[in-house]
Design a binder for this molecule. Structure first.
Ligand SMILES: [Zn+2]
Ligand SMILES: [Zn+2]
Ligand SMILES: [Zn+2]
Ligand SMILES: [Zn+2]
Ligand SMILES: [Zn+2]
Ligand SMILES: [Zn+2]
Ligand SMILES: [Zn+2]
Ligand SMILES: [Zn+2]
Length: 676
């Protein structure tokens, strides 16, 4: 009998158990003798590694799809009965056969969130595993993009390495391009549509809490904390009394110009003849206004987006608890600055706003319930309507919020998908040109190819593996550290406050010491370009962009596979540096061939407990991440490329052709997408 073919899920599971190990919580030590070699399951790659389909968000999007895995009967007291429905059809197209004739239904790898015990949501550690089980076609999931959900990107190994439906990412984090934070667990799901939000930091204002008792088995029922998201509020008959007379779209050029003029009023000079300004359109559903040409969302559900409704209302964007807003005060009938707070009762479509005043007049309320349609996220252009006495206060509040609002997203401490000891070539990547170089090492019994005396090392290459066998017994060659995947034993990975993981010295390290070879996947120019496109199309400001240029447009990518060096953070005043070296790859007859690799070397003495840092030298200026190195000479944008100081230069220049500095050009993350 022929052996049964493994299903896709079994394949993927086997792949995962084979290739992921539970690494100990930080601080963690990297074992020097790690001999894992990555193999990739063809099937999962065939599914997710196809050409990356851009999600088209926010230009073309869809309504949040209604849940068809859960049927809800509300009891009217904030609780409901839920019945799970597992259907053998695609969640998105409701068919067995997909739009491109695909018959395979993928199953979501995620788990149900919000399960409660004794009236409290269980912690991630305590909750039992309840599979989500939603099934869908790959093509259908790749098309659906509400809240900037990107199935293909999430499934990739450099993101989550799992097949996940939209119920396992936070919609609020996602639209803010915080796509690694988005997948940090502890989400609250909407009971009506395919949407979820971080329970603590991203809960939408104006959502109604709903505790749903779900029957899980024959005799098991458990309660899940869910919400009814503001998208399900009945807005028929809403009339907006008053509009904000500034464009609500981010990146509006007209508002940018007006803001500038407002900040630096010029003495009246004869005004140049100007072309008539585009007229503002008032949104029919909320207090916002917009220039039709500034609108980012052109299509919804494959139809033209309504011309008289703003993007926020078309996409049913939420405003999270904690966000600074401008809202219509029901008492004063004026637009006031406020903050969305966690509601006490939670009425659908009503946000609880705490008003922000410099000195609140006694007649003004401290907080109010305001309909969602009368609240808008604060923008710079709305400062122009501040009352004279409040302007400075509003400007300070706005500036603080603008600089800090992304900090509410959960911190991410991601580990490399697979830890490798030495580099591997990416699949289908062509090998780089090897270099014909002689073995010039003349080390003898008393010289163990130490880094400061071996001729090979002085000439910028490692010794070939047979170096030791050429010498007398008892001889060890110390000039193969990159090839052997050696890592300095005095290094460990630890969580940092602001920069994710970092590498720290656990003992005093001297200037010039070898720290670790830089290992990951070697990508040829075509593969490198492809990977950059994936990152750019994902619009993930927290992307795993760990690729570093080697030579001839070849890159070392540590996004999926990597070693300790991938956790080294940037500093504008770094204490270590990337260096380049040649490692032996093959022997043909008597000829020896070498290839380029990078390694990390201490550039200064690194005292025990200090973080090991390098200068990234980002090669593009459109960086979205701000440098948090706190060095005196910080450039704020990680573009620093350190000059070798003179002492080092002369020391390195002496032997042979000298050693090359590593090309530490790290590719830049993507440019900002229009929305938010
Ligand atoms: Zn489908
Ligand atoms: Zn799911
Ligand atoms: Zn979130
Ligand atoms: Zn919903
Ligand atoms: Zn505009
Ligand atoms: Zn609107
Ligand atoms: Zn030697
Ligand atoms: Zn040697």
């Amino acid at each position: 009998m022929a052996p049964r073919k493994r299903t896709f899920k079994e394949d993927a599971d086997a792949w995962r158990t084979e290739h992921t190990r539970d690494l100990p919580e930080a601080p963690m030590k990297f074992p020097v003798q790690d001999v894992s070699h990555p193999r990739e399951s063809n099937k999962i790659f065939a599914l997710i590694n196809k050409e990356v389909v851009p999600t088209n968000w926010p230009d073309q999007t869809f309504d949040h799809i209604a849940r068809n895995d859960l049927e809800i009967v509300e009891n009217g007291d904030g609780t409901a009965q839920g019945t799970l429905q597992k259907k053998p059809v695609c969640y998105f197209c409701k068919e067995q056969r997909g739009p491109q004739n695909d018959v395979m239904l993928l199953t979501c790898d995620g788990q149900m969130s919000g399960e409660m015990r004794d009236g409290e949501v269980m912690s991630e550690k305590d909750r039992p595993f309840r599979p989500c089980g939603i099934r869908f076609h790959r093509t259908c999931a790749s098309t659906y993009n509400a809240d900037d959900y990107n199935f293909q990107y999430a499934a990739r190994f450099e993101c989550q390495g799992k097949i996940l439906c939209p119920l396992h990412c936070c919609g609020a984090c996602n639209v803010e391009h915080q796509k690694q934070s988005a997948y940090v667990p502890m989400l609250t799901q909407c009971a009506i549509c395919l949407r979820a939000f971080h329970s603590e930091c991203c809960l939408p204002g104006g959502a109604k809490p709903l505790n749903v008792a779900i029957r899980l088995g024959r005799s098991e029922t458990s309660t899940f904390r869910m919400i009814v998201c503001p998208a399900h509020q009945d807005t028929t008959g809403t009339v907006i009394q008053k509009h904000l007379e500034s464009c609500c779209e981010a990146g509006c050029p007209i508002e940018a110009k007006k803001n500038k003029e407002f900040e630096n009023p010029k003495p009246s000079v004869p005004k140049p003849k100007k072309t008539p300004e585009e007229k503002l359109q008032q949104c029919k559903k909320c207090i916002r206004s917009f220039h039709p040409s500034c609108k980012a969302t052109k299509k919804i559900n494959n139809q033209d987006a309504p011309a008289d409704i703003c993007d926020n209302c078309v996409c049913q964007d939420t405003i999270s608890v904690g966000v600074t807003v401008i809202a219509l005060c029901p008492k004063t009938k004026k637009f006031q600055l406020g903050k969305v707070i966690r509601p006490t009762d939670g009425q659908l479509g009503m946000m609880e706003i705490k008003w922000l005043h410099k000195n609140r007049p006694a007649s003004y309320p401290e907080k109010s319930l305001v309909p969602n349609s009368e609240v808008a996220e604060m923008r710079k252009c709305y400062l122009r309507i501040a009352a004279a006495g409040q302007l400075k206060f509003w400007a300070e509040e706005f500036k603080h919020w603008d600089e800090h609002h992304l900090m509410r997203c959960p911190k991410v401490y991601k580990k490399v998908f697979l830890e490798v000891k030495t580099s591997v070539y990416a699949r289908k990547s062509k090998k780089m040109n090897t270099l014909l170089l002689p073995d010039v090492c003349k080390c003898g019994p008393n010289k163990n190819c130490e880094r400061n005396e071996c001729e090979n090392h002085m000439d910028g290459r490692e010794c070939p593996p047979h170096c030791a066998s050429k010498k007398s017994p008892g001889f060890t060659c110390n000039n193969q550290l990159i090839s052997l995947g050696y890592v300095h034993p005095g290094l460990e990975v630890r969580k940092t406050e602001e920069k994710g993981q970092g590498v720290f010295a656990t003992e005093d390290i001297k200037e010039g010491e070898f720290l670790a070879g830089v290992h990951g996947e070697i990508c040829d120019p075509i593969e490198s370009k492809k990977r950059m496109e994936v990152i750019e199309s994902a619009f993930d400001y927290q992307c795993n962009n760990y690729s570093m240029t080697l030579v001839q447009d070849y890159t070392m990518d540590m996004g999926k596979y990597g070693n300790i060096t991938r956790y080294v953070n940037h500093s504008c005043d770094p204490n270590s540096e990337l260096m380049m070296d040649y490692v032996f790859v093959e022997q043909r007859g008597k000829k020896l061939f070498w290839e380029s690799r990078c390694y990390l070397e201490a550039r200064k003495d690194i005292p025990k407990g200090t973080e090991v840092t390098i200068a990234y030298g980002f090669d593009r200026k459109n960086l979205m991440i701000d440098c948090k190195c706190r060095a005196d000479n910080c450039t704020q944008d990680m573009s620093t490329k350190p000059e070798l100081d003179k002492k080092v230069k002369t020391k390195k220049a002496k032997p042979g052709k000298g050693r090359k500095r590593g090309a530490q050009t790290v590719n830049a993350p993507p440019a900002k997408k229009a929305k938010k």
